[in-house]
Design a protein. Structure first.
Ligand code: C2E
Ligand code: CA
Ligand code: CA
Length: 923
């Protein structure tokens, strides 16, 4: 009694009542003084958390010893002197929370008022946990519906207990192989269904009285009673294997289910569950080790790793939660399932199959299938049949198409389900079908169909509704799948085939070329790179459609000429690569030239004005050459040499070319500094007025005076600068030099002749060309008549509209404009009327040979006559002989320019020449 602390109430209300408590065979007394709000515990107790504790202001401090959630229960119990026992948890300091039970009695005073509450607390933790375990154990495996691992043990032990040594039972552990992978790939829901289906299939194969349980995530125990022989058990095990094999596990062949079985026998290998289990476990371990499907426990050749006591050989036997799936209302269950299944899987096809199976069983139908229309073909893509299972539809193609037609016509009922009532359609054998279409952007893409031919033929509203939902879900994922399949297909195609021409890409070309060259190792091969000369001009002037058409035609041409060991590819814009077998270099060149020439001919027959040509570069593969990409690059280098040539169409790669390329690269890397260092200089070539013999003007021509003293002619760098755009800078630099010179002449009162400058076609792509020109002449106070702009004829051909606009603007501003290189390579007479301007400069090609042929005379004189009629002056370039000069005078050519009179001269020399001409003529 002295053990009880807090004496107040007890001493007041007598010993008898306190004694009453002791009779209640308990663990820990408590006393609650209601008035003082004080709770005290006795201290000889087995609940160390409470021993001897006194809690003043118990209401507040309760949570120091009691689990928070249970505090209100305890408070209510104490304050209202609860009559019924309560269970609550103490905060344990030794272990986790401890379950306790409290019971109490109210102590009343003479007025029958409750003044205290006394009682006892016992530790029921052990009991409570055992109780929980008990209920857990008694349950079946909720996923598969077979016994769980505790139940199966109990049941088998029960059977073993009543068996005698004459009986023979087989004990098997069955382990599904690769289940983890399947689970990851198809999603846990899919995995769950697979496990469930395996269990269902296994159950079908066992006899009544046999026991089946799930002992691990993908492991089952089977206990088969009364085996006549080992071979009978073996046969049984084979049946079980078959059941697993037959379980649907997705479309992928690699996903086909397989398993291993370890077998042990009662009584030979044990009389207790645990003994049989460990032997079967060893057998299973051996099966896995030896790659066998079924292994019966035997001691022969047993080589097992040592294990700690109680550990098993093959695997951990515990059930991993795969994930859970909440059930909802009956008809929505399937809908949720469908949604979850499909949204969790990476293999939509397999999931749809699985879903059809589930639909089939759920709706109690005989057939379910999905019809899709893809690439104009309407057909069943997934099906399930009550008798045959998956993928064995009995519906005819005709029937499938008829239904599709029906759906697509019944536009008023779109997006709804069609039942026999809606449509009056009945399947021949008297069953009833339900189908629901699915749509993409309002186009019917397919439908889901199911058919019932026995039992209740009428669909309930719930059934129709869930079916609609499910169709929507299926269609969403199927359409998504098909789209991504199409994209993958396209990407695959794009990697290997060029979308415009259909020719292989470089990617494919490289792989194919390697294979070919390896396969025909005695054949010699070359890589030919080809492109369409002036393709950019064609694109610019005739439009992209025309350009595309030309590319397609060339591709087709290459395709037609490539067969056997020859393959071709489109390597970039207008660039094509061909792998060509050859015997000799001459024969190779002939072959390439025949392609080049016959294609150009074919094109030019169609379009005379375009003058289409092909340039080709040939690189002969060396023995055992591996780097085909570098080979293409080399062929490209060779090709570039003839790209701008109007004469040559084909060149072989040689080592000089690499040097050429290097030289070009050097030019490009030096151009900026050269401009800063004033390495570019203006040379002037006089223009002579033929009637008077006076200098009537000059052309400014650029020269690159390099620091090493060498001079580069413009043909070595201007084309390069036109390609990389630097020409814009350089030209304006020249224009500025010319303006400065004119300003100087003007200021010094010297005689001024107009100076012409060259306009690169690149300027036409810049809108500010005219503004910049204006700015320049303003800065140097140069008058427009002093400057003439030379636009080459080719500018007009390729950029007709812009060129004509610029020309007109320049003339409006007061400048003279001449058409340079007239007659060079282009048949442009009919364009003359559009290009009407101040001066026509006849190309120097007309005067090349020194002595002029009769035809040339005729052409030149007619051009001059024509120009005159169009009010244009004519200047002949490249005049080198007196004879040419005399001829030009007779045909009334206005001016001439050429070595006969003077070469392009440094400015100083030109000034002297100008002066001497004046003097000579004046004297
Ligand atoms: P182009 O405009 O046709 O210039 C005439 C070319 O013919 C000059 O070559 C000139 O030296 C050359 N020539 C003059 N008389 C004779 C002759 O009697 N016989 C022969 N065989 N040739 C003669 P050049 O200076 O080498 O210029 C070549 C081309 O470079 C020019 O052809 C022009 O298209 C371009 N070019 C020169 N300077 C510039 C420039 O500042 N800007 C731009 N954009 N291009 C320029
Ligand atoms: Ca010129
Ligand atoms: Ca010229």
């Amino acid at each position: 009694m002295e053990d009880v602390q807090g004496v107040g109430v007890i001493s007041k209300y007598g010993l008898e009542k306190y004694n009453a408590l002791i009779e209640m065979n308990c663990c820990c007394f408590f006393e609650f003084d209601m008035e003082a709000d004080r709770l005290s515990f006795s201290n000889n107790m087995v609940i160390p958390e409470l021993s001897g504790k006194v809690i003043e202001h118990s209401t507040f401090q309760m949570s120091s010893i009691i689990v928070d959630r249970d505090v209100p229960i305890v408070i209510e119990f104490l304050h209202f002197a609860g009559e019924n026992p309560i269970e609550f948890r103490l905060k344990g300091f030794v272990q986790n929370a401890i379950w306790c039970q409290a019971r109490g009695t109210a102590i009343r005073n003479e007025q029958n008022e409750t003044v205290a509450f006394v009682g006892y607390i016992i530790n029921i933790d052990q009991q409570k946990r055992e109780r929980e375990e008990q209920t857990a154990r008694s349950r079946m495996d909720s996923l598969t519906g077979v016994w769980n691992q505790f139940a199966v043990k109990e049941i088998i032990n029960g059977v073993l207990h009543t068996s005698d040594s004459d009986d023979c039972h087989a004990f098997m552990i069955l382990d599904i192989a690769g289940f983890d992978v399947l689970n990851q790939k198809l999603g846990f829901l899919f995995g769950n269904v697979v496990l469930n289906n395996i269990a269902v299939n296994l159950k079908k194969r066992i006899t009544e009285g046999d026991v089946i349980g799930r002992v691990g995530t993908d492991k089952f125990v089977l206990f088969l009673k009364n085996m006549e022989s080992v071979s009978e058990a073996y046969e049984k095990a084979e049946l079980l294997l078959k059941a697993v094999h037959e379980t649907y596990a997705g479309e992928n062949i690699e996903q086909k289910l397989s398993c291993n079985v370890g077998v042990s026998f009662f009584p030979k290998q044990g009389t207790q569950y645990i003994e049989l289990f460990s032997k079967a476990d060893i057998a299973l371990y051996q099966a896995k080790q030896n790659g066998e499907e079924i292994t019966i426990y035997h001691r022969d050749g047993l080589k097992l790793p040592k294990l700690a006591e109680g550990q098993l050989y093959y695997n951990e036997y515990h059930i991993k939660e795969l994930g859970s799936y909440k059930k909802s209302e009956a008809n929505m269950e399937l809908v949720h399932f469908a949604m979850e299944l499909l949204s969790n899987t990476k293999d939509v096809g397999s999931a749809v199959n699985m879903l059809l199976d589930k639909i089939g069983r759920n709706f109690l139908v005989s057939n379910v299938f999905v019809v899709e229309q893809e690439k104009k073909k309407t057909g069943i893509s997934y099906s399930w049949n009550f008798k045959e299972g998956l993928g064995k539809s009995t519906a005819s193609q005709k029937y499938v198409e008829e239904l599709f037609e029906l759906l697509s016509k019944a536009s008023g009922m779109r997006r709804s389900c069609y039942t026999d009532l809606d449509m009056g359609v009945r399947v021949e054998d008297g069953g009833t079908m339900l189908l629901c279409g699915f749509y993409e952007e309002d186009h019917l893409k397919g439908y889901v169909y199911m058919e019932r031919n026995s039992g209740c033929l009428r669909w309930t509203e719930q059934e129709v509704e869930s079916f609609m939902f499910i169709t929507k879900i299926i269609s969403f994922y199927l359409l998504k799948l098909r789209n991504s399949e199409r994209i993958t297909e396209k990407m695959e195609m794009a990697k290997n085939f060029d979308s415009l021409t259909g020719l292989p890409t470089v990617h494919k070309f490289l792989t194919d070329a390697e294979i070919l060259v390896k396969a025909y190792n005695t054949t010699r091969f070359a890589i030919v790179s080809m492109d369409i000369k002036n393709f950019k001009y064609i694109n610019d002037s005739l439009g992209y459609d025309a350009g595309d058409r030309l590319l397609k035609e060339f591709a087709q041409y290459l395709r037609d000429t490539s067969y056997g060991k020859q393959i071709c590819a489109r390597s970039s814009a207008d660039n094509f690569a061909v792998l060509m077998p050859y015997e000799t270099a001459e024969q190779l060149k002939l072959r390439v030239m025949s392609i080049v020439e016959s294609f150009s001919e074919q094109q030019n027959r169609k379009n005379v004005a375009l003058n289409i040509g092909i340039s080709a570069g040939i690189y002969m593969l060396k023995d055992k050459e591996k780097d085909f990409m570098a080979a293409i690059d080399n062929a490209n280098i060779a090709r570039k040499l003839v790209k701008n040539s109007s004469v040559d169409s084909c060149a072989f790669f040689d080592d000089n070319m690499e040097r050429e390329i290097k030289k070009e690269q050097q030019i490009i890397s030096n151009m900026h500094s050269a401009l800063d260092n004033e390495e570019f200089q203006v040379y002037l070539q006089p223009k002579i007025k033929l009637v008077t013999g006076k200098i009537s003007g000059a052309e400014a021509l650029v020269r690159w005076m390099r620091r090493d003293g060498t001079m580069l002619p413009p043909n070595d760098f201007v084309p390069l600068f036109e390609k990389n755009g630097f020409i814009v800078k350089l030209d304006f630099y020249i224009y500025e030099q010319v303006c400065k010179l004119l300003q100087k002449w003007k200021k010094s009162g010297a005689k001024i002749v107009p100076i012409s400058v060259n306009v690169s076609r690149v300027h036409l792509y810049h809108d500010d060309f005219l503004d910049k020109v204006l700015q320049l002449i303003r800065t140097y106070q140069v008058e427009p008549w002093m400057i003439e702009f030379e636009l080459t004829e080719s500018i007009f051909l390729n950029n007709t509209v812009t060129a004509i606009t610029v020309m007109k603007e320049l003339r409006k501003m007061g400048f003279c404009v001449s058409i340079d290189d007239f007659g060079a390579g282009y048949s442009s007479l009919n364009l003359l009327k559009d290009m009407r301007t101040d001066v026509l400069k006849l190309d120097k090609e007309f005067f090349r040979a020194g002595e002029m042929k009769e035809e040339e005379r005729i052409i030149v004189s007619s051009i001059i006559r024509m120009a005159k009629q169009l009010n244009m002056k004519v200047l002949s370039e490249g005049v080198e002989t007196q004879m040419q000069s005399d001829f030009l005078k007779t045909v009334e050519c206005d001016m001439a320019q050429g070595y006969l009179y003077a070469k392009p001269l440094p400015v100083k020399e030109f000034e002297l020449l100008l002066k001497s001409y004046e003097e000579v003529l004046e004297s």
